[in-house]
Design a protein. Structure first.
Lengths: 326, 322
């Protein structure tokens, strides 16, 4: 199968959905001629024109509100918020309007829209351009939250998100944009709410999101040499959550490590740990472990940054601790 | 050409008067029910501001859109929202417009082009921009009107939205009901400009200030802005100077510490109902006929609401997702 970049998989998904459905259009900062800050809309302006690939002023609140307004009229807008950190500027629209109008209005409002954004550390972008804030959105009923870890998942999930009738926060990772992966030439979608076992194993389940999936798979390779067999599960969508796949895996392995880049405190992993403690209590042979970002803003200097963000070695250490019961 | 208020027929003006009266009596009823503890939560009545609701909505077609605020009963009624379902909503009944999940601050009636009351001050304006954008993309001739207050004109969302609508020439009318107070904070102290309409200049859009107690003045200014928007010439800002005769909400007496009884009485002399009655040289018989018709509507609405079952507990969990 051909291999393409994660960011090109995003472009393909947008291109195919715009061709398929005229009500799909894009808006965001620098997405037109410039092709997006992370080059995720390159070529679409030339193909679809300034009406459907619409540059916006730097007005995040306005962007999200306008996205919702267009959705209320029956369109399927896809907005790009350049950094997830900037959602802070638009949080009222996301939390108080986008997530709630259908519910508040007795189910009669249409809110089919996608808010694409990207987060994560690894480029010395520092505290205001490198956060992992997905838990904020998972906490809000009315939103769906997607976090693809591969080019294949990014394309298939984005196409589903565009077709979905609910508002979707689609959270990409800035370091994954330049990673290549196999992506079929033919049309496909991946349903929201379906996890994938990225690697099968016997001894421990690693539940990993976004950039931590690749790091966990690399960790599993090394641990295999030590005779530790890791199963890596990627939920792919944080809400709706495929609890069954995670539970089945943990019931099989009896151990679980949860890893994400976001800080540990009240992170999404806490929800998974609580779910396992309730639903898989009798199957657990060891306490649940979490390998997450340190509880600090993301620092600038590369060495400091990599210190606070979990890497492959942190996952390996975490797995060893669970297995050895330390 | 904009329609001129002078061209409004007597019949039409009577209809507009009746709608204002409908709003007045409905809100008086909601206030009573609220004080009696039958309506829960919060109720913000727009009594005194009816000319704004009616003047604006009388220029619109059913498939034009409005967005309103926490003080939105008047806009809802003027846009054609039915009283029985609205009263049922306020009383938490299953037959309510929003299935008892919205309440007074979140009334919506999409079938009438009413895209909702939004109770975060200023939050409805970016949505209006998006609705205008959809109309433009789909080459439709509809317009969106967004109602907001003097307080909301100090929110960033106002400025972001005005700019977006101006650069894209979107068919959106920004209608500011300057009722002089953002809760308790007087506009002359909260706002750097005397006339909020001048803020349109910053976005190269027309801005006018009108007498918000005169339904014909509001109608005239809005008709012009609507015509401009339908032609593709972009947004307008209209500021209506008006006044709420009641307090902001519960806990705010009619003459709160921030305003005097004399001030309220001064504005009450220009009650939009009285202004319209004078304009129409309304006879006693005509007035009584309006009152009688509205009383019947109100009784019917009340009966419908009271006879409807309370919303079921299960319904609280519906429509979170599509």
């Amino acid at each position: 199968m051909r291999e393409i970049l994660y960011r090109d998989a995003i472009i393909e998904a947008l291109d195919e959905e715009m061709r398929r459905d005229e009500s799909v259009f894009l808006l965001g900062e620098d997405i037109a001629e410039f092709g997006g800050s992370y080059k995720t809309t390159v070529g679409l302006f030339e193909k679809y024109g300034k009406e459907r690939v619409r540059n916006t002023p730097i007005s995040e609140q306005g962007i999200v509100g306008a996205t919702l307004g267009a959705a209320l009229m029956g369109m399927r807008p896809v907005a790009e918020l350049m950094y997830i950190d900037f959602t802070g500027v638009a949080m009222d629209q996301i939390v108080n309007q986008v997530a709630k109008v259908r519910y508040m209005f007795g189910g009669k409002a249409k809110t089919a829209l996608v808010l694409r954004t990207q987060g994560g550390a690894g480029r010395s972008s520092a505290a205001q351009h490198a956060q992992s804030l997905e838990a904020w959105f998972v906490h809000v009923p009315g939103l769906k939250v997607v976090m693809p870890s591969t080019a294949h998942d990014a394309k298939g999930l984005l196409k589903s998100a565009v077709r979905d009738d609910d508002p979707v926060m689609f959270i990409e990772h800035k370091l994954l944009y330049l990673e290549k992966g196999p992506v079929p030439e033919e049309d496909y979608t991946i349903p929201l709410g379906v996890a994938e076992v990225k690697r099968e194993g016997r001894d421990i389940t690693i539940v990993a999101t976004s950039s931590m999936v690749g790091k966990s798979l690399a960790a599993a390779d090394e641990l295999e040499a030590e005779g530790i067999s890791c199963e890596v599960v990627d939920p792919r969508t944080l809400f709706p959550l495929d609890r069954e796949t995670i539970l089945n895996s943990v019931k099989k392995t009896g151990r679980c490590l949860i890893t994400h880049e976001a800080v540990q405190r009240c992170g999404w992993g806490a929800e998974i740990a609580a779910t396992l403690a309730r639903e898989a209590f009798d199957y657990l042979d060891a306490p649940i472990e979490r390998v997450c970002g340190m509880e600090t803003p993301v620092p600038f200097a590369p060495k400091l940054e990599s210190h606070v963000i979990p890497d492959k070695d942190d996952v390996i250490a975490g797995v060893r601790a669970v297995i050895s019961g330390l | 050409m904009a329609r001129n208020a002078k061209s409004l027929s007597r019949k039409r003006l009577h209809e507009m008067y009746r709608t204002m009266l409908r709003i007045r009596r409905f809100e008086e009823r909601t206030d009573e029910l609220f004080m009696a503890g039958q309506i829960k939560g919060a109720v913000h009545v727009s009594i005194g501001q009816e000319a704004c609701s009616v003047g604006v909505c009388s220029t619109l077609n059913q498939d034009d859109a409005i967005l309103t605020t926490h003080r939105g009963h008047g806009h809802s009624i003027a846009k054609g929202t039915r009283l029985p379902e609205m009263m049922a909503e306020l009383l938490g009944r299953s037959t309510g417009l929003c299935k008892a999940r919205g309440g007074s601050m979140h009334i919506a009636d999409v079938s009438m082009g009413h895209y909702g009351a939004h109770s975060i001050v200023g939050a409805n304006m970016p949505m209006a921009a998006g609705m205008g954008l959809a109309y433009q993309l789909e080459k439709k001739k509809q317009v969106a009107v967004v109602f907001f207050g003097d307080g909301a004109s100090n929110q960033g969302s106002f400025h972001e939205s005005m700019n977006m609508c101006a650069i894209w020439k979107l068919p959106v009318i920004f209608f500011c009901e300057n009722n002089q107070y953002a809760v308790s904070f007087g506009v002359e102290r909260s706002t750097a400009v005397q006339d909020i309409s001048v803020r349109a200049q910053g976005y190269d859009a027309p801005g006018v200030t009108v007498d918000g107690m005169d339904v014909t003045a509001v109608y005239e200014a809005t008709a012009e802005a609507v015509a401009r928007a339908r032609k593709g010439d972009g947004p307008s800002l209209i500021e209506a100077k008006t006044y709420r005769f009641f307090g902001h909400s519960r806990g705010d007496p009619q003459f709160g510490p921030y305003r005097t009884e004399a001030e309220v009485q001064k504005w009450r002399k220009r009650d939009p109902l009285i202004v319209a009655e004078k304009l129409l040289k309304m006879t006693k018989a005509e007035k009584e006929a309006h009152e009688a018709a509205i009383k019947k509507e109100m009784d019917d609405a009340n009966r419908f609401a009271e006879e409807s079952p309370k919303a079921s507990l299960e319904s609280a969990l519906e429509d979170v997702y599509a």
